[in-house]
Each structure stands twice: as structure tokens, then as C-alpha cells.
Design a binder for this molecule. Sequence first.
Ligand code: ZN
Ligand code: ZN
Length: 462
Amino acid sequence: MAAASACGGAGCGPHCSSSSGSAAGAEEDAPAERMARLSIATGAATTCGKCDGGAPTVAASGGAGMCRECFRAHLFGKFKLAVTSNAMVRPTDAVLLALSGGPASRVALQFIHAMQSKAIQSWETSNSQALPAFGVGVAFVDESVVLARPEHETQTATEDIKSIVSSLSPGDKQVHVAPLEDVFSSGSEDKVARLKEVVGMIDDETGRDDFIRCLRMLSLQKIALENGYTKIMLGTCASGIACHVLSATVKGQGYSLPADVQYVDTRWEVPVVLPLHDCLAQELSLLCELDSLKMQQLLDRPCRGINSLVASFVSRLREENPSREHTILRTAQKLKPFSFNKFSANGYHDFLPSRLRPKFQNVDTNESTFSEILCLICGSPFSESELQNLENTKHKAQKKIDLYTAHCCQSCHFQILPSATDTYGQFFSLLPKFWTEKVDTASASSLRDQIEDYLLEDDDEN
Ligand SMILES: [Zn+2]
Ligand SMILES: [Zn+2]
């Protein structure tokens, strides 16, 4: 049976892999039926509740009916507010949008293009007196290898993505297609075999799913770093985050959960932003239908294990009450974010409206400070007990493998590390160097600290 989609079929970007042929029920309907369910009942309002004009009305999340123009403006308004009030994009930025081919990231592309066009326009009309326009590029992580997708399908999909992006002007947008196995940057070695072997060593189905997500983030980081992008924009929407809230809870990731439900995440080398944070998957799908935005559903990747169970559960909740996803999100947002969940004042003040400036001051007592130790694999911040364990390990025998395992969070321990501990050595040797290197350098510098008193300084010889 096909797994349910993580976001109501909207494919909220590379973090969410939705399946249009999902078993979740609601997603299997024909577009017309879906429209009917989203549109307000016939016989109710016949005009748009916002502009009193407009023909076919649609009901946005629990609100009044809107015409197409108002509906689009409503969603764009949410996107723009998220971007500006969190200082997601500076005029000097180059933004890398992760396009999955699904409705959510497709809408994100459309919206960021609209913002860029406007910036280009005002730059041109002001004779270069205004702020320069930010750059936009598009990344697509090709996971064909783990999905065993036929090569010609991938080819068609990639061509489609390129044609979608090239249709958006002004503003040249480069498209970067990166095979997932490229995160294993190695010379002669077979990257595909290495990817398959390491994924094969993970016994747990959910663990495999999560592991591939981690690789996907690494892949995006790699594309961004190699091509000079300063921000990564994901199409993760409210529905996708709601699913993540529940699945993270089930997986025992409560401590690090607040880090994943914010608008901004600067714990990665290239910061990640989620401008569709407040939009529902259904709204985004509807907009794609209304505006005939071309998508590429061939690329859909069903999620598995707990992730899939939670996705069907959330879609059930949505059928009962469409505002449930917002409720889950609001509840999770009461948790204290981490200090890396916003941009610091540095370099942002100049571009911010003065009313927003206090938000970006460094002193904020309402957030958790963190130890700066992140899980080697998933990037979760370490909890008190995980830190304690790491400290203890550091002071014991210096076996590399023990250090690696101590740098993995509890959840990765249970779900991603192989169950046979004697295979750890093999497992860690297969992981992308980008992950293990961090531990190597950290342990080298801590060893240096420990023996520092005994080291001879250069001029001691005389
Ligand atoms: Zn209207
Ligand atoms: Zn982890």
C-alpha cells in the first residue's frame, strides 16, 4: 500500500515528500472534487468576501469565501509577511529555493519570483538608487537512486523543472540538479554503491526515511556552498510542520522539536528559511490548480514508517476539522525556540523597518541557549543528558567510534544507527565526510586542550 503524504499531497519541498497517489484518501480525488470541497457550498455567498467582486469563490482556511485574485493575494500576503518580519532575505542575498516539484515549493518559487521582479523593477526605475535585487536559484535533489526510479522519468522531470524555471523572468535563475549520492564526495569510489550500502545498514524503516531527509539537507547545503548562495528556502508549509510536530513527539525528539518549527534556522552553514510556514498544504494545492502552475509530480516520494502513519493521522484530523493543523502548529510554537532560530542583528539592521528592529536584538531571554553541540547526523541540538554522555565518553578511552556514537542524538541512536554495535565502524566509515570530519576536528582540538600544558612553545628551545 502506498504511504500517505506528509503534507496533504502538497509536497512541501525537500523536507516533505508527498505522494499524489497516496492512500490518505483526500488526495486521491479528482481536482474538480477537491475544488468542490474547498469551495464554499453553493447557495452561500456568491461574491468574494474581500472585494465584493470576483466570480468563483473559494474558502480559505476557515475564512470567508474569496475570489481567485483575493485568494492569491491572501496567500502571497502570508508569504511576504513571513519573509519581511523575519528578515529572511536581504538585498545582497542569493536565495537557493529547494524545488521538489510539488505544489508547496512550486508556490514558493512563484512568490519569491514575484518579490524578486518587484525588487528588480524598483532598482531599474530608481536608476540604481534603490536597494539591489536579491538573486534566486533553484535546487533539485535527485533521489532516483534510493527510489529505484526509471532513468527516463527522472530525465523528463528534470527537463520540466528547467522549463518551469526558465519561464520566470525577469531575473536569471540557475537550476542546480544534484544527485543525492553526490554528498559522498569521493574520487574514484562508487558513490551510488556507498549510498545504497549505508542506507541498507539502517534496519528501521522510519530511520531510513529520516536518514535520507538528512542527506537531502546536506545536499542542499553543499549546492548552496559551492555556488555562493546565502540562504536556503524550503517550501515546508504549516501542514508539513504539523506532521513533523507529531512524528517528532512520537520519536522522542521533544527537546529539539522547537528548533524545527520556526521561520528561520541558522544552525546550518547556510541558514534555512520557511516562508510558507503559515500556509496550509490544501491552500497551496488549490492555488496551483487555480493559477495552472505547472508541477512535476513524477518526483513525488512517499514517506514511510512513523512519518507515513502520522501523515495519514493528520489528514484524518483535517477532514474532521480543517483548522487542526494550525492548532498543532500554534501549540508547538509555545515551546521556546533556540538562539539559532533567528538572524542576529548583525548586518540586518540596515534593511529592517525600525518597528522590527527590537526583534533582532541579541538579548532575548525568551529563548533557549544551546551548547552548540549538534547531532552528527540529524543536526538536533543536544539535551542535557546527551551532553553528559558526550562528556563522559570524551574522558574515557579515546576510541573514534565511541566519539562518533556519542555525537549522535538519542533518536538517531535508536532509529538510524545499526542495531549490531560491531557494525558501527563500517557504518561511520560510510557516512559523508562532511559529518564525521566535524567530530574529527573537534576531538583533535580537545586533545590539544588537554595536553596543551605539556606542549613546547617555539621559543622554549632557547
Ligand atoms: Zn475578491
Ligand atoms: Zn540525531
